[in-house]
Design a protein around this ligand. Structure first.
Ligand SMILES: Nc1ncnc2c1ncn2[C@@H]1O[C@H](COP(=O)(O)OP(=O)(O)O)[C@@H](O)[C@H]1O
Ligand SMILES: [Mg+2]
Length: 261
């Protein structure tokens, strides 16, 4: 049987006396796209922070390919292949598209950004890095913007570069927390099609507000409500799950959304 890439075993988290996640057990298989949905405040982003090591779970444990992640610092977890969005505008905003992707790809190779000019001439590593940077830019249709500072790109392009950096840095598991926040449904669909090429062989955990998108894209959908996992199944099953429908109706009415069919 195939080993899960990521597995959560009875994971719980508390902020002080407040329990935010409780008894979450979940296995994500290699190559799977798993949607993670749930009302605001359900604990979705906290779960990502536990996986990436920003927070330590107060209960249970998390494994990547069977190796325990608990207690490891975020940069070690990133090196093991867990990628999440960087805050590009803050960290990489003044670098061009090509430079920021080069930095990410070099990070995978174990070099800091400042190293690359002197080493470039000597190492075949850099040919491989350059080729990967080209592949990423081609995949995102961004080659014509290679010399544009990332901070000056339109929002959707910035988000795309953000994800390309995670891919370039060697992530096998991508944690995408509302990558299309602020986009219309049409823009969302377009954006997700755009990143499909560079992420096709990755395992993805996707928090996405647009239910239509999640139910179409994800192989399985996990549903968090009040810090508990109430469902995790293929979209057809989750869609007709009464507990999920009940948990959602209030919020969806408020936001004028309808249950996806
Ligand atoms: N750093 C923090 N300190 C204290 N409480 C937090 C912190 N981060 C999130 N919370 C609380 O944890 C709950 C879950 O938040 P979050 O994981 O951001 O939910 P979601 O991403 O599903 O909207 C919320 O009640 C939120 O207020
Ligand atoms: Mg969130």
């Amino acid at each position: 049987m195939t080993q899960p890439l990521l597995s959560l075993h009875h994971v719980g988290h508390q902020f002080g006396a407040t329990t935010v996640l409780q008894d979450v057990s979940l296995a994500v298989m290699p190559g799977e796209i798993m949607g993670l949905i749930g009302p605001n405040g359900a604990g979705k982003s906290t779960l990502f922070n536990l996986i990436s090591g920003e927070f330590k779970p107060t209960h249970g444990h998390i494994e990547l390919r069977g190796k325990r992640l608990n207690g490891l610092p975020p940069h070690t977890i990133a090196r093991l292949g867990v990628g999440r969005s960087f805050q590009i505008s803050r960290v990489f905003g003044s670098l061009t598209v090509a430079q920021s992707l080069t930095a990410a790809c070099l990070w995978r190779g174990g070099f800091g950004y400042g190293f690359w000019n002197p080493i470039r001439r000597r190492s075949s590593l850099f040919q491989a890095v350059d080729a990967q940077v080209e592949r990423l830019m081609t995949g995102l249709a961004l080659t014509h913007k290679r010399d544009t500072p990332v901070g000056e790109l339109p929002y959707a392009d910035q988000r795309a570069v953000d994800i390309a950096q995670a891919v370039g840095s060697g992530a096998q598991l991508l944690l995408l927390d509302e990558p299309t926040a602020g986009m219309s449904q049409a823009q969302t669909t377009q954006f997700l099609e755009r990143i499909a090429d560079i992420t096709h062989d990755k395992t993805i955990l996707l928090i996405e507000h647009d239910m239509g998108v999640v139910f179409e894209l994800a192989h399985r959908v996990a549903v968090l409500v009040d810090g508990r996992l109430v469902a995790c199944d293929v979209p057809e099953q989750v869609r007709k799950d009464p507990a999920v429908q009940r948990a959602y109706l209030g919020e969806w009415r408020e936001e004028g959304e309808s249950w996806p069919r």
